[in-house]
Design a protein around this ligand. Structure first.
Ligand code: FES
Length: 184
């Protein structure tokens, strides 16, 4: 059985790999000739950077010296800030939560325990993460190209892809019944 390691050691190893991965993806973005492939790589790179942020947050929990150094550099744990004050409501389950400006609807739902199907892992490819905005449509970021592709004439009816929508003000959304295999 492999020897158990201290969590901070594992997190540092994870960070090294994630940082290296971002370099690899960034280089791939430069090489991508197709817009759709480039878009996918940019999104994946963004997610990797998000993972790095999460790993740094977690490292601060286990390594007081690291937490202190980050604090001195003005990079204290994001979780040390309030969880956010923007109200978000998910219907029909009636879950109320809060978020910080710029958080993605899909991430907010996940953190609140609301299940939204996301077959492509939030990359704007599958279209399964669609939700209908009931209130606060103007509180969301501009619709993206993947949303135009997947939602087409549903956009004017308030449908959005939750993986593409960032929240900047109070919003209420309807999560459709999660059924089927995701095939469109
Ligand atoms: S999760 Fe696939 S498009 Fe949003």
């Amino acid at each position: 059985m492999p020897k158990a390691r201290d969590p901070e050691d594992l997190i540092r190893e994870l960070l090294v790999r994630e940082l290296d991965t971002v370099n690899v993806y960034t280089e791939m973005v430069d090489r991508a000739r197709t817009a759709a492939v480039r878009e996918l790589l940019v999104e994946i790179t963004r997610q990797e950077k998000h993972h790095i942020g999460e790993a740094v947050d977690m490292l601060s929990r286990y390594d007081a010296g690291q937490a202190e150094a980050l604090e001195r550099a003005g990079l204290g744990r994001r979780t040390a800030r309030p969880a956010g004050s923007i109200p978000v409501i998910f219907e029909p389950v009636g879950v109320s939560t809060t978020c910080t400006a710029g958080d993605r609807l899909l991430d907010i739902a996940e953190a609140a325990g609301v299940e939204i199907r996301h077959d492509c892992g939030g990359q704007g490819i599958c279209g399964t993460c669609r939700v209908q905005v009931l209130e606060g449509a103007s509180s969301l970021s501009e619709s993206t190209d993947p949303e135009s592709r997947h939602l087409d004439n549903l956009l004017p009816e308030g449908w959005r892809l939750s993986c593409q929508s960032e929240v900047y003000g109070p919003v209420a959304v309807l999560v459709p019944l999660q059924t089927g295999s995701g095939e469109e």
